[in-house]
Ligand binder design. Sequence first.
Ligand SMILES: Cc1cc2nc3c(=O)[nH]c(=O)nc-3n(C[C@H](O)[C@H](O)[C@H](O)COP(=O)(O)O)c2cc1C
Length: 608
Amino acid sequence: MNDVIEWLKINGNLKIIDAPLDVELEIPHVAYVEVKKDDSRPLLFTHPINKAKNITYDIPVLMNIFANKALTEKIFGKHPDTVAQGIDKLLKMKPPKGFMEKIKIIPELFALKNVFPKRLKGKGECQQIIIPKSDVDLDKLPILKTWEEDGGPFITMGQVYTQSLDGSMQNLGMYRLQQYDKNHLGMHWQIHKDASHFFDQYQKAGKKMPVTIGIGGDPLYIWCGQAPMPHGMFEMLLYGFVRGKNAQLVKSITNDIYIPKDVDIVIEGFVDPSKMHIEGPFGDHTGYYTLKEPYPIMEVETITMKTKPVFQATVVGKPPLEDKYMGWATERIFLPMLKPMAPDLIDYYMPENGVFHNLILGKMKTLYKGHAQQFMHAFWGVGQMSFVKHAIFVNQDAPELEDAQAITEYILNRLDPKKILITQGIIDALDHSANETLVGGKLGIDCTGDMVVENIETPLKDEVLLEKMQEIDGNILELKQYFMQTKNPICLISVHKTQSIQNIITKLKPLKEHIKVLVIVDKINNDINEPYMLLWRVVNNIDAQRDIVKEPFIAIDGTNKSQLDGFTREWPGDTFCTKDVLDNLQAKGLIDINDAFIKKFGLLPFNN
Ligand SMILES: Cc1cc2nc3c(=O)[nH]c(=O)nc-3n(C[C@H](O)[C@H](O)[C@H](O)COP(=O)(O)O)c2cc1C
């Protein structure tokens, strides 16, 4: 990482913050604000402290390495599209015919030898210092507590290396790790993830599961850890493919797991599958807290490190954050891997304010009736793509998927209730909207066809329509119409919720000549003038089976759910910054934000 720091100074406009800052809230808040800026930079905190525990750390904290697209591309050493092209070529490789073709293929095959990780003998730089079990103390690491209501400090950029019970499969996954005390960590590998599958094997066999966690080293390791590789494929193969050189691995000191020799810090240990421990809450990348749940717990056997280690961390919360840029690279690189199951897929885009699994836009070459539906089912059935809650497909003539204005107009001009598919499937373990965990509503919208014919019958001005609505229900507080130029304008209303929104929708049905698409949000903590955060809120909060009505207009209930809706799970809160911490950082000149910025990104609660 010290090499990475030098590299970032030259290539990444690294900002070095020497002021002593607390690992609880202060450092995470600075990083959170920074990465939301248009010109966001990576940050090095050279003096992390912990005021509550009275600790001064001698390990600096490096954050926001993936601070923007340009830097992400530099970390890869090439544009992610170039990596994708390489994968595409590989997937399409055919056995050579004749001598000349054989010759041509040699360099490609030769390059492939770099893919396989190399297991080295002896120790790596990551094992220059070896701390025995008796001296293990996780408090010596500057582990961050990001949000006020987090259950404790969490390692947020841990590379979690595991292997199957028979040792035939290795895995690298990026999972958060809660620090409980000096030598115990919570393993938040969700039920659908590879390490959890391995854990099941150890549990059935009644054996302790070895785990080794790496922190730092080549930034590409952590990107590989979050990449949705198919089950059974070691992410270090992807590393070798992208870097064009083999990952160099060394054996952990206390178990048989191999880890990159150049990571900065290594935490080795065992998970006893007969024990679970409450993990969380944790303010997650959905922008909501994930609630307390039992997860496996690891007892640390040893910590090893370089002589001058650097602690790498990230902040998750409301978008946009560092995972936007990591996700962008993932999205580009995995396009060719989606094509075998959806050959006519031209492109796809997972906007970060849809927190990836809540919204996907797909562009396709439509060849037959039901083609888009075929894609929806394919996506909902494969790997981590199956977590996607809402999928919208457009035809090849559609504008760029990232052009929010143009693509929304295109979609609204083709939105037809008859082409809306609502079904059920598996959902991300972090989803809070469904009536039960892990299974919930899926929405697929087929906009691959022609423009719809019907316009809104009688459009009204915002204030006139609001008045009509308020005559029906006084809890409707604000109204703003978007995309009036399209066939399906969106009428957004905010409400003071005292009843099920389904009641309000039913009462508004007589206004059908003035409404095509009605979206309802709570007044509290939503600003009807901020479409970026509104999209984030609505796709997070809805379960399509419960919250969408198709007739006589499309209505979407994006409000928080409660017993008023017959919702019996706990509804989590938003991740909000701590006001005093923001004020203090602002006073010290460590951040520079104004009210508009705070409101735009929902940094603090509001109810105006
Ligand atoms: C910043 C960030 C944090 C993440 N935290 C977790 C987590 O705590 N638990 C989890 O299961 N997945 C988490 N993920 C997603 C996994 O890293 C991702 O699904 C990965 O593909 C899992 O690897 P696996 O399929 O080998 O298990 C996170 C991703 C990112 C970008």
